[in-house]
Design a protein around this ligand. Structure first.
Ligand SMILES: Nc1nc2c(ncn2[C@@H]2O[C@H](COP(=O)(O)OP(=O)(O)OP(=O)(O)O)[C@@H](O)[C@H]2O)c(=O)[nH]1
Ligand SMILES: [Mg+2]
Length: 294
């Protein structure tokens, strides 16, 4: 039996559950998840090691129509996955099927000529009688190899999905060593953990105006301590004031949430030095965008 491998892109509209599914498949949280759309900003890899096979999943930002410079960079990061992978896993959600969004994705799928499956997520939300009409609609739009109603929360439908994806792998090398689960660097993962907590605690446009950079990480193995310095970038002074909060409560809460997550992830005590700074209109300036990692 030859070893099988393949790159599988998870693409779809924002908020359908792509990152949740990636975490479920890997049995480990490597991608941040929030109830807000446009959470994922860059492609990240998650590697599933199996007996005789390796699946490399590419989680991507949600594809949507946008004029914003930041969001354009996110969407183009998702779109370039079409050219780079072997298999496309297109995800939509049952409670909020959006034909216009799906059409945008299907048009690119047709151009890419890649084999594809369609995942219909959040079936736990019901009602299930909505499923059949959705399946019939998507069947008419593209000849997906298979269609999978799933719940990335409960795990329903996952076994069949993974079986199907496995059948689509081709003989190839193990691209990553057995201990590798993701391509993300430690500083990037830490910045993402902090960004997730900002998304969970702030409202309206504020999460979308934040970026996080990590300037220093130092591990003290004897004390089992990880010391991290990170900075949250916002666009305006007023956003900075909200993020710091009355008497510093907001930034303290975000820092505490992020620290707890990091302690579980790294299995170390964490000391987190978190500051807030204004990078004027960074989401609109391609140069600053790049500097902040986008
Ligand atoms: N009920 C239910 N909620 C889900 C399911 N999968 C994901 N969610 C929720 O949907 C929201 C969005 O999940 P994400 O995984 O961040 O979605 P995404 O597609 O990665 O979103 P972007 O990165 O913004 O494109 C979160 O609140 C998840 O908890 C599911 O199967 N059932
Ligand atoms: Mg995501």
């Amino acid at each position: 039996m030859k070893f099988l491998s393949g790159f599988i892109a998870l693409v779809g509209p924002p908020n359908v559950g792509k990152s949740t599914l990636l975490n479920l498949i890997l049995g480990r949280k490597i991608a941040i998840v929030t109830p807000k759309p446009q959470t994922t900003r860059k492609r990240i890899l998650g590697i599933l090691h199996g007996d005789g096979f390796q699946m490399i999943f590419v989680d991507t930002p949600g594809i949507h129509k946008t004029k914003s410079t930041l969001h354009k960079s996110m969407v183009s990061s998702a779109q370039s996955a079409f050219g780079e992978v072997d298999i496309m896993a297109v995800m939509i959600e049952m409670p909020r099927p959006n034909p216009a969004e799906l059409d945008m994705i299907v048009a690119q799928l047709k151009r890419s000529k890649k084999p594809s499956v369609l995942i219909i997520n959040k079936i736990d939300k019901g009602p299930r009688q909505n499923l059949l009409p959705i399946i019939n609609t998507v069947k008419n739009r593209h000849p997906f190899k298979s269609i999978h109603p799933v719940s990335a929360l409960s795990g329903e439908g996952m076994e069949r999905l993974l079986e199907e994806l496995k059948k689509m792998l081709r003989p190839g090398p193990a691209f990553f060593g057995p201990d590798t689960t993701t391509d993300q660097s430690e500083p990037f993962m830490i910045s993402e953990m902090i960004r997730e907590k900002i998304y969970l605690r702030t409202r309206q446009e504020l999460p979308y105006s934040t970026a996080v950079t990590v300037s220093h990480i130092e591990e003290d193995p004897e004390k089992k301590l990880l010391a991290v310095s990170a900075r949250i970038h916002v666009e305006t002074e007023s956003q900075k004031a909200i993020l710091i909060g009355k008497g510093g409560t907001m930034i303290k809460n975000i820092g505490r949430d992020a620290r707890k997550e990091m302690e579980i992830f790294f299995g170390l005590h964490v000391y987190l030095d978190l500051t807030v700074g204004v990078s004027k209109h960074w989401t609109k300036n391609p140069k600053v965008l790049r500097k902040l990692g986008y």
